[in-house]
Structure formats: C-alpha cells, structure tokens
Design a protein around this ligand. Structure first.
Ligand code: AKG
Length: 338
C-alpha cells in the first residue's frame, strides 16, 4: 500500500496480504452471540446500595457494563463524535503530519496497533492523545479541525468526572473505602484513543483490533451509535456489545483486576470490521500515576486468600505491555505470584 493510514478515502476491493490472519485466528463472525443481558446501570438511581451491588455483580460476571444517566452531557458526546469524524475526513497529507509509529509519543496518529512489532496488521487508524493535565497536553493536539482542542478538552473533563464516580462505586463494591482506588492510583493519567475503522473488504479475515485487555485501570468507551463492532469474551464465547443509546461501555482494566486480587476481570474484547460503513469509537483510559504501586488490596487477602499478583509500579507494567503483541497472553500473567 502506498499510504500508511487506511483512512484515505480509497475503498479497497481486496484485503492486502499483510492484514490476513491465519485461519485459526480469524473472527468467525457467524459464531458471535448477541447478548441481550449486558448490564446497563443507571447512575442516576437514588438507591446507591443497589447501584454498588449491580456494579460489583457486573465486574465479577462480565468485567464490563454500560452506564446511562452518567452525567456526561449529550452536547459533549455529540460534539466529540462530530469532531472525530471530521478529523478522519481530513486529507491524507494533513493527517500524515501527525503520523508516528512510536508508542512513547504523547500525541500521534497511527494505524493498526504496534506496527513495528506485529506480524499481521489490523484494519484501524487511531489518534492517540494524552489528556491530563489538559494544559500540558492540549497545545500539542491537532489544530485541524479548528474546534478540535476545545471540544475534546470539554469532553475529557466530563469523562474524567464520570471515571472518578465509577471508581468510587467499584471501591465500595469491593468493600473498600470509597476513595480507595483513587488514592492508590495517585494523580491518574488520562489517555484517549480515537479509533477509526474504515469499511473493510473482507471482515472475516481480519480485525479492527484483535482480542486484548486494557493495561490501564478503567476504560470509558463511546461507540458510534450507528455501527456495531465491539465484542467481548464471556464464558469462552465472543458476544457483540451493540451500541446502546446514550450509554458508555465501561471496561475493567488490568490494574483493577490486580487491585481486586483477580475478583474482578479485565475483560478480553476486540473490534471487528464490516464491509459497508466506517465505524468510530472513542476510548478514554484512566491510568495509574507512573510510580503508583499496584497490588491486591490488603483487606481482600486478610481472610487468608493468597495475593494472586506481586506488587509492581505502573511504569513497569506499561513498559511490559508495549513490548508485546496485543493478542498474546494476558500481560498480568507475567506479574503473578508463583
Ligand atoms: O472500538 C472499540 O469498540 C474498541 C476499542 C478498544 O478496545 C481500544 O481502543 O482499546
């Protein structure tokens, strides 16, 4: 292919060889289930005990859930999706000014996942931004579209508040003090991946993103309402999480699996493609401060349960994560006590 990004406006008629997965790794789309019971939790409920219970159940059974009445304004959501679409409609020349394959960069447009490390590519372009503190990172964000910085900043602030609320509810659901997670994580980083999956000529042969877990604490995912593509692994089967109006999908990340001593699951999820329509998603990741020490909460091991994971700093974990391929074994396996 001539250009590095897929969002070039060219419609491919065949899937280039470098995107074709070996037979045994393909998505088998006809076997994917549609799950009617994915928890949808109303954060405006006046019954906090019930909300905490619902969140605890969802984290144990699914490792993810959806939230409605979440406090992020409709205006912020609509503008975010609008400006993200506008960004990917820019010319290839304009977008390539921001292109980089270097995962250590705090702002970059890239494609697939980790182009230099992976053997098969993924049908995705993405804009990756660091978002906290805003005054440090906004100056390096795209200035085209001209409204990008303002719109994305407002969205980030609202999403961060939502993330904190959910961390409080998750702390309580583990029987921990309300601010436990926030205190352990320190001054949390916030990253964003704006994912763009163009129509794909052969969705059965490739992924937008292959199955992976998120290395951070919590992911708050906004899905384009009109196009399906997110799937999660539940009881060994891939299940489609089709967009729910006005909802965010919340994923437990690897750090909350470790902190909960494995009671809560950092869920395997993936994005698949389709032939007809481009799909957009906006993932916001709350990440522990670099030197935060992550280990199973003491009260969860007091009853004699062994600590499943050893303590480590987030920097150590994050480095390990990016030296691997996305779809290898769960990165947390490398931090297990023997
Ligand atoms: O596009 C999606 O629905 C999933 C995105 C995702 O998993 C990610 O950005 O890590």
């Amino acid at each position: 292919m001539d250009t590095k990004v897929l969002s070039s406006g060219i419609r491919y008629t065949n899937l280039p060889e470098s995107y074709v997965r070996p037979e045994s790794e393909r998505p088998r789309l006809s076997e994917v289930l549609v799950c009617e019971n994915i928890p949808v939790i109303d954060l405006d409920s006046q019954d906090r005990v019930q909300t905490v219970q619902q969140i605890g159940d969802a984290c144990k059974d699914y490792g993810f859930f959806q939230v409605i009445n979440h406090g992020v304004s409709m205006e912020a959501v609509e503008k975010m999706l609008g400006v993200a679409n506008e960004f990917f409609e820019l010319s290839v020349e304009e977008k390539m000014k921001l292109y980089s394959d270097d995962p250590s960069k705090t702002m970059r447009l890239s494609t697939s996942f980790n182009v230099k490390k992976e053997t098969v590519h993924n049908w995705r372009d993405y804009l990756r931004l660091h978002c906290h503190p805003l005054d440090k990172y906004v100056p390096e964000w795209p200035s085209n579209p001209p409204t990008f910085k303002d719109i994305v900043s407002s969205y980030c602030k609202e999403v961060r508040e939502l993330g904190y609320r959910i961390e409080e509810l998750i702390s309580e659901s583990l029987g921990l003090e309300k601010h436990y997670i926030k205190n352990i994580m320190g001054e949390q980083g916030q990253h964003m991946a704006v994912n763009f999956y163009p129509p794909c000529p052969e969705p059965e042969l490739t992924y937008g993103l292959p199955g992976h877990t998120d290395p951070n604490a919590l992911t708050i995912l906004l899905q384009d309402l009109g196009v399906c593509g997110l799937q999660v692994l539940k009881d060994g089967k891939w299940v489609a999480v089709n967009p729910h109006p006005n909802a965010f999908v919340i994923n437990i990340g690897d750090q909350l699996q470790a902190l909960s001593n494995g009671i809560y699951k950092s869920v395997w999820h993936r994005a698949v493609t389709n032939t007809d329509k481009a799909r957009l998603s906006v993932a916001s990741f709350l990440c522990p401060q670099d030197d935060a020490l992550i280990s199973p909460a003491k009260t969860l091991t007091e009853d004699g349960s062994a600590a499943v994971y050893r303590g480590y700093t987030y920097t150590e974990y994050y480095k390990k994560f990016w030296t691997r391929n996305l779809d290898q074994e769960h990165c947390l396996e490398l931090f297990k006590n023997q």
